[in-house]
Design a protein around this ligand. Structure first.
Ligand SMILES: [Zn+2]
Length: 714
C-alpha cells in the first residue's frame, strides 16, 4: 500500500516531465545521440578459462517495477516524426547486495537518456547528484551508503527513449505506423501487407532489454516484475503475468497494470500494444480438470474476423485452435503448465517467427496464414524449457533452443507416432550436416551474436539431438522421470550446463556412457562420429539355430576439436529380404571395436540406425566367414594366418579384366592387383600374411560388377 502511494507521487512527477519534454528542442535530441554509443563492441568472443563461469554482478534484483508512458508514441496512428517517437519510463528496481561494502550498482542501459536517479536504503528516496550518465552501455549508480551482504536498496531511474533511428536499426523497442507497407509476401501468398494498426512492442533476446529499460540484463538474474503501461484509450497492452487492473487516465488515456507473479528474467519481459481484439481459449489443467488456465490472443480485428482457412487470410481462430491441446500435451510430458496464463500477440513486421516471452509469446502475423503448428509448439515448449527453467548464460542457450526444437519432434510424435518424431530428428540432422557438420565449432562457447545467426543450427538442431540421444541412452521412462524432476527442482531458476551434468550424474547411476563424457563430446567438442562397419557372419547356424558373426565398428572422423572417439550407443539393423529385421544396440567406446553378435537369420544387409546417434555413415561391408565352393569366386584361406598367401580364384563366368584391391577397414588402399587374359584366373597376394591382425576388405572390380569381400587376418 505504501509502495503504491509512493509510486503515484512519482507518476505525477513523471507526467510533469512528460509535458516538459514533449516540446523538446533539437539540442535535446543531439544530446541523446551523444549518449548513444555504437554497436561494434557489443559482442565479444567469450573467454573459456572457466567454461561455466556466470560472473554475476554483486547483487540480485528482487523486483522491477516498470512504468512506461507510451501515450506519446501511440497517440498519432501514422506519424513517425521524431517528436512522436519519444517516450518516458521509470524503472524502480529493488536489489539485494550479495557482497559487503557495495558502493554502487551497475546496470545495463543503451540508447536511453537518463533524466534522474533516486536511491532509497529504506527511508525516503534521495536524488543522485549529478545524474549518472550512460557510458559504454552501462549505468553506474553510486549508492548513498555502502551495502552489506543481504542489504536491499531501491533505485528509481527516470529515463527517456528518443532514438531517431531507421527501422532496420531498431533494437529492443519497435514502432510501426498504421498503413506501413511491410512488403509483398512470397508464393503462395503474393499479396502486399500493411501494418493494420499502429504497433509498438519490445523484443529483447538475447541482450536488447537494455535498449528499453535500465536493468541487470543477464539471464541468470530473475526477479518479480510489475509492468505498467500508459497508452491512448483505444489501445490495449499485453504483457507478462496477469492483468491486475486497467485504469482510465483522463478522457484520452488508459493505464494497464501487469504483474508477473513468478520470477522472470529481462529478455523474457515483453510489452506489446496496438488496437487489438482480445479473445480467449481455456486449457483445462491435467492435474486438476476443475481448474483452467486462460489463453489470451491479441490480434488485429481483421485477423479475428477471418473465416477462410486456405491461407488467403490471416485467420487467428484457425491458427490458434490447437493451443489448448498442445498445453495439455506438454503438461503431461513435462510438468503442469507453470504460469498463471498463456497467450500470444501477433505482430508484423517482426524479425522472427515467434518469441517465447514468459506467459505471452510474440508471434509473427505470417503464422496466422501458414501451417505454423510446430512454431507454436516450439514457443509453448519454451514456457518450460527456457522460461520456467532458464539458461543462466548465453553459453547455455542450447538448453533452451535444443529443448524447444526437440519438443517439436515430441509434438509430432503425439500426432503421428514414431514416424513424426523421427522425421523431425532426421530433418534436424540434415540441417546440421548441410550447414557444415564436421566443420562447425562446438555447441558450447559460441559468440553471443552467432547463436541466433550463423551458428543457430548448433544450438537448435544439433542440440535437439543432445536431448534425443540422452533419451535414447536412458530409455524413455528413466529419461522423462529425470528430466521432469530436473524441471521441478530448478523451477523459476536459471541453470548452467554444469547444473544439468551434475543433476543427471547424481540421479542416474551407471548410464551406458558416463555423463561427463556424454556432455563433453556433444557440447564442448565439435563434430560427430563417422562410422565404417565391417561384418562377417557364419553362413550356417549354430546348434541353437543362430547365426554367429562379428561386427567391427570404426570411427573415421577427424578435424578441429573433434573427438577421436565418440562413446555412444549405436543401434545396428540387420535384414534378410524384406521381411526379416532385427536390431542390436552396441555401445562403442573405441576408435575401432569388434562385437560378437548372434542373429536368428543370416543377414543380407546391415544398416546403422541413424535415429540412434547423430552420425554419418561411410562404407558398410557384410560377408560370409565360409568360402562357398559353389560361388564364382573362391577366396582362400580365409581367415589368413601369419605369413600365409591369399589366393583368389575366379570362375569362367567372370569377364576380364578384373582389378582387385585390398583396403584396411578405414578405407586406406593397401594392395592392388590386376587380372587379365595373360595371367589366368587365379591371383595370389603374398603380402596379406604380413599385415597386422584384423579385418580387411577385398574389392573386386570386373567389367560388370563390384564386389566387396571381408578377409580376416589372424
Ligand atoms: Zn526457440
Amino acid at each position: 500500500m505504501v509502495f503504491k502511494m509512493r509510486y503515484f507521487v512519482f507518476a505525477l512527477v513523471f507526467i510533469t516531465l512528460f509535458f516538459q519534454y514533449s516540446f523538446a528542442s533539437r539540442i535535446f535530441l543531439d544530446e541523446i545521440q551523444y549518449y548513444d554509443f555504437g554497436e561494434s563492441n557489443l559482442y565479444k568472443v567469450r573467454k573459456m578459462d572457466n567454461p561455466f563461469a556466470v560472473n554475476p554482478r554483486p547483487y540480485d534484483v528482487i523486483e522491477y517495477d516498470l512504468y512506461l508512458d507510451w501515450y506519446n508514441v501511440m497517440k498519432n496512428p501514422t506519424s513517425m516524426d521524431s517528436l512522436d517517437r519519444i517516450w518516458f519510463g521509470v524503472n524502480t528496481i529493488t536489489a539485494k547486495s550479495s557482497v559487503d561494502n557495495l558502493t554502487n550498482l551497475e546496470l545495463d542501459c543503451a540508447g536511453l537518456y537518463i533524466d534522474s536517479v533516486f536511491v532509497s536504503n529504506g527511508s525516503e528516496f534521495q536524488k543522485v547528484v549529478p545524474t549518472p550518465k550512460v557510458i559504454n552501455k552501462k549505468l553506474i549508480i553510486p549508492l548513498q551508503t555502502n551495502l552489506n551482504n543481504g542489504d536491499t536498496v531501491k533505485i528509481k531511474v527516470f529515463y527517456t527513449y528518443a532514438r531517431n533511428i531507421p527501422e532496420e536499426n531498431y533494437r529492443g523497442f519497435y514502432l510501426y505506423p498504421k498503413g506501413k507497407f511491410v512488403g509483398r509476401l512470397p508464393a503462395p501468398f503474393y499479396d502486399s501487407v500493411f501494418v493494420e494498426e499502429r504497433l509498438a512492442y519490445t523484443m529483447s533476446e538475447p541482450e536488447d532489454a537494455r535498449y528499453w529499460m535500465p536493468c541487470n540484463d543477464a539471464p541468470y538474474d530473475k526477479a518479480n516484475a510489475r509492468i505498467t503501461v500508459r497508452v491512448p484509450k483505444d489501445y490495449v497492452v499485453a504483457s507478462n503475468g496477469y492483468l491486475d487492473k486497467v485504469l482510465t487516465d483522463g478522457d484520452t488515456a488508459k493505464i494497464f497494470f501487469w504483474i508477473s507473479d513468478k520470477p522472470i528474467t529481462t529478455y523474457l519481459m515483453s510489452v506489446t500494444t496496438s488496437k487489438y481484439v482480445i479473445f480467449s481459449d481455456w486449457y483445462r489443467k491435467v492435474t486438476n480438470p476443475n481448474d483452467s488456465i486462460e489463453i489470451q490472443y491479441y490480434v488485429w480485428e481483421k485477423d479475428f474476423k477471418a473465416t477462410k482457412t486456405d491461407g488467403s487470410e490471416y485467420n487467428a481462430k484457425n491458427t490458434f485452435q490447437y493451443t489448448s491441446k498442445m498445453m495439455e500435451f506438454f503438461s503431461k510430458t513435462f510438468l503442469e503448465y507453470p504460469f498463471i496464463k498463456y497467450g500470444m500477440t501477433s505482430v508484423m513486421p517482426f524479425n522472427f517467427g515467434g518469441m517465447e516471452h514468459q506467459t505471452i509469446t510474440t508471434i509473427n502475423r505470417v503464422w496466422l496464414r501458414q501451417n505454423s503448428q510446430f512454431g507454436i509448439a516450439h514457443e509453448l515448449a519454451h514456457q518450460w524449457i527456457g522460461d520456467l527453467v532458464t539458461c543462466a548464460t548465453w553459453n547455455d542457450i542450447w538448453f533452451n533452443e535444443g529443448g524447444a526444437t526437440w519438443s517439436e519432434a515430441l509434438y509430432a510424435e503425439s500426432l503421428w507416432g514414431d514416424w513424426g518424431y523421427n522425421y523431425f530428428l532426421l530433418s534436424s540432422r540434415q540441417s546440421y550436416l548441410k550447414k557444415g557438420g564436421l566443420t562447425l565449432p562446438p555447441i558450447y562457447g559460441l559468440p553471443t551474436n552467432t547463436i541466433f545467426g550463423d551458428y543457430a543450427v548448433l544450438v537448435y538442431q544439433k542440440a535437439s539431438w543432445v536431448y534425443h540421444m540422452l533419451k535414447f541412452m536412458l530409455g524413455d521412462s528413466l529419461f522423462f522421470q529425470t528430466f521432469r524432476s530436473f524441471l521441478q527442482d530448478f523451477s523459476f531458476q536459471s541453470i548452467t550446463t554444469e547444473d544439468i551434468i551434475n543433476y543427471f550424474s547424481e540421479k542416474v547411476t551407471n548410464p551406458l556412457v558416463d555423463f561427463s563424457t556424454f556432455f563433453n563430446q556433444w557440447l564442448f567438442k565439435a563434430g560427430h562420429p563417422v562410422f565404417v562397419v565391417n561384418s562377417a557372419f557364419h553362413s550356417f547356424p549354430n546348434q541353437d539355430n543362430r547365426y554367429e558373426g562379428v561386427v567391427t565398428i570404426s570411427q573415421t572422423q577427424s578435424g578441429n576439436n573433434i573427438p577421436e572417439v565418440f562413446k555412444c550407443p549405436v543401434r545396428i539393423l540387420f535384414k534378410s529380404g524384406d521381411t526379416l529385421t532385427t536390431s542390436s544396440t552396441l555401445v562403442v567406446e573405441e576408435r575401432t571395436q569388434s562385437f560378437k553378435v548372434s542373429l536368428p537369420f543370416f543377414p543380407d544387409s546391415i544398416f546403422i540406425d541413424t535415429t540412434s546417434v547423430l552420425c554419418e555413415v561411410g562404407d558398410i561391408y557384410l560377408t560370409s566367414l565360409e568360402s562357398n565352393q559353389n560361388e564364382e569366386i573362391k577366396i582362400f584361406p580365409n581367415p589368413v594366418e601369419k605369413n600365409q598367401i591369399l589366393f583368389v580364384e575366379f570362375s569362367e563366368k567372370y569377364e576380364l579384366p578384373i582389378i582387385l584391391e585390398i583396403f584396411d577397414i578405414l578405407g586406406n588402399k593397401l594392395l592392388t592387383k590386376k587380372l587379365d587374359l595373360s595371367s589366368g584366373r587365379i591371383v595370389s597376394f603374398d603380402d596379406v600374411g604380413n599385415l597386422p591382425s584384423g579385418m580387411y576388405v577385398l574389392r573386386v572390380h570386373s567389367p560388370k560388377q563390384i564386389h566387396n569381400h571381408l578377409i580376416q587376418k589372424n
